[in-house]
Write a protein that binds this ligand. Structure first.
Ligand code: SF4
Length: 329
């Protein structure tokens, strides 16, 4: 029976302020409406996640919010002067509560990435596409060269890494193959890619993408099949089960369902609720569904997870590196 993995997480939207304006995004807010999560809100989510048996705190935010005038006032309201200090503090809190941080903070410089590395079991950044698409015309951070450089930097630093492609944002079939090939090359060079997400566009009302077509299932299956041929065998192919029915994609070669939360919504796709674990088990009864940690087993063996997560990883991982069936907080 083929094993399909997933992790149990809470989604912590650190801030929705972002320097980019992607054509399909409903997460980003202008300064007047934007938020920085308060300590008390983050703590409440983490406590709920811990009680619900989650193992992952997914810390996500808009890119380089500090370049937007006015952000320093938001930071000041939480009595911090530097967002990296705040991310470290939130990560320490998560670890104390039994949750392994996985941060996706957009593009960071090397010093900031090094600062966060010890507190993260793994980290991530979607490549999305190597093509220059209209949806990214107002998003300097979506420059494909910059994103590839960042993923390479994470590789040099030996950070277990999650990336992926976004399907249906104006890229061609050849662009998709090119994106997957670039990810494969980076993995051949650095060996740090743990999973590649094949994420379909979910058009949002009120965004320029509102009337764009949602990728068809046969197109997604074809993309997963192509990923299986292009990516090295040790890189998992992930599909999000709140955006697409996973069965056909698992038959096409996907092997992971990503983070599923019993506590928090998918703030990037807020109208797409997570399936419940029981319902997934029932739907995928021909597969062996196993919970994993936000870091994949081989990176635990290599010791690449962040040094500050070491004790917690040892407590949560079973002998096979996936989540232990019984664990003690
Ligand atoms: S998709 Fe991400 S990078 Fe693009 S505008 Fe939204 S928050 Fe910013």
């Amino acid at each position: 029976m083929k094993t399909i993995t997933y992790s149990k997480n809470i989604f912590i939207p650190v801030t929705d302020l972002c320097r980019n304006r992607c054509g399909y995004c409903s997460f980003r807010k202008d300064l007047k409406e934007a938020h920085l999560i308060t300590r008390s809100h983050a703590l409440r989510l983490m406590e709920e996640g811990s009680i619900a048996g989650c193992s992952e705190a997914l810390l996500t935010m808009g890119e380089m919010p500090w370049t937007v005038p006015g952000f320093s006032r938001m930071l000041y309201s939480e009595k911090v002067s530097d967002l990296m200090d705040y991310l470290v503090e939130l990560s320490e809190l998560a670890i104390e509560l039994g949750l392994l941080p996985h941060t996706n903070a957009g593009l960071l410089d090397e010093d900031d990435l090094c600062r966060l590395q010890p507190y993260n079991a793994s980290m991530g950044l979607m490549l999305e596409t190597t093509a220059r698409v209209e949806a990214h015309a107002r998003s300097p951070g979506k420059d494909p060269g910059l994103r590839l450089q960042y993923i390479a930097l994470a590789g040099r630093l030996r950070i277990p890494f999650t990336t992926g492609i976004l399907v249906g944002i104006g890229e061609s079939w050849q662009d998709r193959l090119d994106s997957l090939q670039k990810i494969a090359q980076l993995h051949h060079e650095f060996g740090h890619i743990q999973e590649v997400i094949i994420q379909p566009l979910d058009p949002k009302m009120g965004t320029p993408s509102e009337l764009w077509p949602r990728p068809a299932m046969n197109e997604l299956c074809r993309t997963v099949e192509a990923a299986g041929k292009i990516l090295p065998q040790d890189v998992a192919i992930q599909v999000p089960p709140n955006l697409v029915q996973p069965l056909a994609l698992l038959s096409s070669g996907a092997s992971d369902l990503g983070g599923i939360s019993p506590v928090t919504p998918d703030h990037i796709n807020p109208h797409r609720p997570w399936p419940e674990e029981k319902a997934l088990e029932e739907k995928l009864k021909d597969y062996c569904l196993r919970e994993r940690l936000p870091v994949y087993p081989r990176f635990i063996s290599l010791g690449w997870h962040g040094s500050r997560t070491d004790r917690l990883v040892s407590r949560l991982a079973g002998s096979d590196g996936l989540r232990a069936k019984k664990y003690i907080f």
